[in-house]
Design a protein around this ligand. Sequence first.
Ligand code: IPE
Ligand code: IPE
Ligand code: MG
Ligand code: MG
Ligand code: MG
Length: 300
Amino acid sequence: MCKSAIKDTFANEVIDFENYLRATFDSFKGIPNRLKSAMGHSLFSGGKRLRPILALWTFESLADSSLPEDRERILSVGVALEMIHTYSLIHDDLPAMDDDDLRRSRPTCHIEFDEATAILAGDGLQALAFEILSDIPAHGAALVNDLAISAGPAGMVGGQQLDLDNEGQDLSDSLIKEIHSLKTANLIAVSIAMGARLAGLNSDKLDAVKSAGMLLGLAFQAADDILDVTSDSITLGKTAGKDMQSEKPTWVRYEGLAMAEKRMMQYGSSGQQQLASLLPINDSSSKLLELVENLWERDR
Ligand code: IPE
Ligand code: IPE
Ligand code: MG
Ligand code: MG
Ligand code: MG
């Protein structure tokens, strides 16, 4: 999915992350077969894995360690992020929410299995994410706190409520910004912030990193809304054209494609500049700053 010079580096990092994700997932015993299959169906199906790699490369930009145990810890943070994100997608696709039957180029979890199993698969992934984080030495409790706040009712879940409540409603700039911040930008921002926390950044700097991540997350959701009208279902791996049909609260519906594109670029470049000002200059930070452009300059 990466369009820039770091394409191969990103692809290799994704392979490494996915091996770790697979090994971690397989290590959990005692999950009923059908539930584990449903969780695995959605987890191993070609997601872009942006959140884990954002966490990993932020960590590498800021940490002065290349110890194998530190790499394992940040990969575990990535696994937790990807599990929370995948749970949010499984529930987002349910008939009671966005009612989608295609996700990551495969039938959605409730189509492949059934609604009850899809609800439980999401619940299961969410609990596993916190179990994994809580086991990370030294930073476990703080990381659990970071992710719980970002994914919870005053974060992603709250944003999903507002997204659904505002289908077909009159929109304002500030309302859309609130919805997109809550439902999407939070999880992008916390991915970067958790990488920074594990690298030992102090809390003032963590807040600044999180604010840069929020701008990047807004650009990311703006791109998602734009791709819904400019791309097709095969490229996206999910049904194109659904947002307009459901009259979703998007900037495209509010102000048209051209303005939404302009806004996306503005949020994206300010987020990138803010993040750059908080990072040392090294190979990892240049990779990361290139990667963040793919949050909005992407084709899927
Ligand atoms: C889709 O996220 C949902 C949004 C928050 C817009 P991604 O575009 O990261 O989806 P995957 O993980 O690549 O499938
Ligand atoms: C989803 O936003 C945000 C989540 C918290 C999952 P969308 O509903 O726009 O995501 P897609 O387009 O279905 O991936
Ligand atoms: Mg949705
Ligand atoms: Mg959706
Ligand atoms: Mg969308």
